[in-house]
Design a protein around this ligand. Sequence first.
Ligand code: NDP
Length: 449
Amino acid sequence: MARYDYDLFVIGAGSGGVRAARIAAEHGARVGICEESRVGGTCVIRGCIPKKLLVYASHFARDFEDARAYGWGPTASKFDWSQLIDNKNREIDRLNGIYLSLLSGAGVDLVETRGMLEDAHTIRLGARSITADKILIAVGGWPWMPDIPGIEHAISSNEALELRTRPDHIVIVGGGYIAVEFAGIFHGLGVETAEMIRAEHLLNGFDDDLREELGAQMRADGIEIVNRANPIAIEKTGAGYRVTADTGRIIETDLVMFATGRHPNTAGLGLEAVGVKTDRKGAVAVDANSRSSVENIYAIGDVTNRLALTPVAIREGHAFADTVFGGKPWQADHADVPTAVFSQPPIGTAGLTEAAARAQHGTVDIYKSRFRPLKHTLTGRNEFTLMKLVVDPANGRVLGAHMIGADAPEIAQGLGIAIKMGATKAQFDATVGIHPTAAEEFVTMRTHA
Ligand code: NDP
């Protein structure tokens, strides 16, 4: 008789939890998983995937305009918001089905309810409890909003993805990934958009040149960026809402969305009683093997607040399963993780920002190129591409590669490989460009600033 019901029980069936459960089961472990919402987690159900579908939808607005410069007559017809949401939901249902069959195909037991720790080996699942040798916490994060008067009127990205009608005007608070992505979505879909940020520039933590360029281009596009402003109150008015900032600025709007960060979903999980240590934000503290302060309890993904990115959570989950159940120990590597922001124009970035590189390496060489993409020579659209390489002059290594402009997320993946391999500027230069592309600029930048 086995001592526990399961060898592994996973709490949370998002991208990371599902990967860990499947791989552990393939290694022969008896695995169960629970999920209180829908299998697939933030990325599939209410994050990356539906967001990107909406980015595609919104981009058609400029594509229709640009088409005229290429000889097309008026092309934009009417836009049906609820059809977009229905189509998007159908795709999310399909992906949810794939995740469900991945779990059942791997022989993982799914319990569709919330899980809570009773002790280090026992999980309460509704009316019953089960036991497991190892427990993996993969419950992700949830939108966080500051506690200001009227905050109950604000929506988060969760609700923004489910709106049934188009507002005429929206105020989006925050300057991070989610805020800039949704500002582009709403603006492209014909919503008058204001983004309120407390800093001078958008996207804290990204390379400063990209931050400034994105702000300038969003403004030129017609998005109002209200910087150095903190919302202090939201009031319901007859027609909509009134947002008051600490600067005295008042904005009347139809909808208020907050994208002011996400916090780990650990409240009410029973972690404290079991002795699992968390940090100030409630994130589970883990070592490089994703092991918590309790020997048989592990955590991966956004709940650990390391790098809140889906591919990182998937790697952490895979490494955990191989290490603990497959006899193949390895650790997820958090260095030089490339990332993209699906703003309009989008951003792709790999390696260190100029500021971080200067802090770590002292002097750095900077190569930059800013140009109007070929496509817009005909359209006249005031959209620019900016590319930048940060190079260590001591050994020629490319420490960072950054881009804002069409296709930047697709281009950044290849740059991520080069940086991971330790490529030098000379090796970039020795690579023949693909002409005519924007990407070729990365191998033709000759003089540094
Ligand atoms: P971010 O941490 O990226 O941004 C939060 C924003 O809210 C910042 O601009 C921050 O300002 C601001 N903010 C925080 N607190 C307050 C406050 N009290 N008042 C006013 N503004 C405030 O969080 P997001 O919610 O945008 O996204 C969460 C995470 O999800 C990201 O960090 C990313 O890891 C992941 N993600 C990744 C995506 C991708 O890969 N494309 C897409 C979407 C999300 P300040 O900068 O001044 O602190």
